[in-house]
Design a protein around this ligand. Sequence first.
Ligand code: SAH
Length: 214
Amino acid sequence: MTDSLLHKGQRKQLVELLQTKGIRNSAVLQAIEQVPRHVFFDKALQSHAYEDKAFPIDAGQTISQPYTVAFQTELLNITHNEKVLEIGTGSGYQAAILAKMGARVFSVERQKKLYFTTKTQLKKLHLHVETFLGDGFKGLPQFAPFDKILITAAAPFIPKVLLEQLVIGGIIVVPFGEGNSQTMLSIKKISETEFEKKEHGTFSFVPMLKGISE
Ligand code: SAH
């Protein structure tokens, strides 16, 4: 992996841009400044890696816009050593940001091709991320409970099993809804039966789909 002075400079500028857009959490901004986003891109698109835009990756999926990654991560309020489940590994960039912040990340992807390429990529960065090929609608019961859960695809409903796999006091962040845009929700688990839900504006994600895809 090459991480040049130019890349580092571009990341500093990206962090400044995210601050002007309202991202305040210094741990989130620091992780964005440290994690090379260009290594998660196809060679042909690498020069665009530090634009605040989503880009296509394999299997018709996307790497989320840096602002969206920062926004979702800020809502999760990550502290060191927390166990975090991510649904939708995709490029692996979001997982890398969480791991850089000291989280122990468990990330699930349903697209076989992405699962294999991203696993290799994340290994090279030596970050604490365990990747799984699976259906995020089921979560990862064998590793539950999680302190935080992050869904990075548009969820048509909030899977009950995911709420069950959250600790009391835990938070799930999820873009909720079908169609072109979703409402960003953060849901805090107050007790086994009580949840506190907050809305945080409109975003656009690829859909969360059932099953594993070849
Ligand atoms: N976090 C990613 C964003 C990828 S886009 C990144 O930083 O690049 C969303 C991803 O969710 C896609 O890769 C898609 O294949 C995956 N996905 C959709 N439904 C899923 C499901 N049920 N289980 C696991 N992954 C899913």
